[in-house]
Design a protein. Structure first.
Length: 294
């Protein structure tokens, strides 16, 4: 009798972008980011994925516009490594969000996002917004967010209680104060958000930290990664590159290796490490059909 063949765990980069510079105005990019002021297309990333052993990716919106959704759909349909898309919706405006859902090609969508910065999220408590998120949860779509203030954290927490079926993904470790070697209120906010079983977190480095750093310092990330993993656990923590933004400080391959090493250094078992490197993203974004077993 033939033994069942074991498949290697799938490796997923849970957060990256493609963009055409002249086609979209990236309001978040300043003169500090001239190094990444060019087009980034699938061909630019393809060999990096192979070299890093990454099987599939989640493509994330980088500007708030309908045109961006059209670009993401085109990338997803033409690029075999894109397993899911996090598209843009004007979430503060439920009627407009539903109109965009009806207009856009959402075939590859795994989640939604809009850029919020440090703005108030008081609108998350509006009944029509809560109803919109309930509809998104029913569609199987997650919500990506980077809550960076205590008020934002409270608003996100309240939404998870109002819509318990909504899967929430915190991008870029929820902006830890790495550049100032700070701890609170970030650590308490992470602990608070982790109490909701529907919330996951990405082990990645956001543009604020990358801009503030004079050079790449993965050792300074270690305690923040340790804390996030301790609170969320490997089943709700996912590795992500934030390419091409990460190129402000490190190549794709080097950053992926460094972040993987930080996770491995926490002493996770092989199965837990596999979860962080792919399984958690597959579950959070419901990518089971788009990422078949090897």
């Amino acid at each position: 009798m033939e033994q069942a063949q074991e498949h290697a765990p799938r490796v997923v980069d849970a957060h990256h972008h493609y963009w055409k510079l002249e086609a979209q105005e990236q309001a978040w990019r300043t003169s500090d980011h001239s190094h990444i002021a060019r087009d980034y297309e699938p061909a630019d990333l393809a060999s990096e994925l192979v070299d890093s052993g990454v099987d599939a990716t989640v493509l994330i919106q980088s500007v708030d516009s309908s045109d961006e959704n059209d670009r993401l759909a085109a990338y997803a349909s033409s690029c075999g490594t894109v397993a899911g898309v996090v598209g843009w919706l004007p979430l503060e405006q439920p009627d407009a969000a539903r109109a965009e859902l009806a207009r856009a090609d959402t075939t590859a969508w795994a989640g939604v996002r809009c850029l919020v910065g440090k703005r108030s999220l008081e609108w998350l408590g509006n009944p029509d917004v809560i109803s919109l998120f309930a509809d998104l949860a029913e569609r199987g779509l997650s919500w990506d967010i980077v809550p960076v203030t205590p008020d934002q954290v409270s608003a996100v927490g309240a939404l998870t209680r109002a819509v318990p079926d909504l899967r929430v993904v915190l991008d870029h470790l929820a902006r830890p104060p790495v550049d100032s070697a700070g701890w609170e209120p970030w650590a308490g906010q992470i602990a608070e958000l982790a109490t909701s079983p529907s919330v996951s977190i990405k082990i990645s480095v956001g543009i604020d930290v990358l801009t503030a750093w004079s050079q790449w310092r993965p050792d300074e990330l270690a305690r923040y990664v340790d804390w996030a993993l301790a609170k969320f656990g490997p089943q709700r923590s996912m590795l992500a590159s934030n390419w091409p933004v990460i190129l402000l400080q490190r190549s794709y391959r080097e950053a992926w290796q460094d972040l993987s090493a930080l996770v491995a250094a926490t002493g996770l078992s092989a199965s837990d490490l596999a979860a962080v490197r792919g399984g958690a993203a597959i579950n959070a974004y419901r990518l089971h059909e788009s990422i078949p077993a090897a």
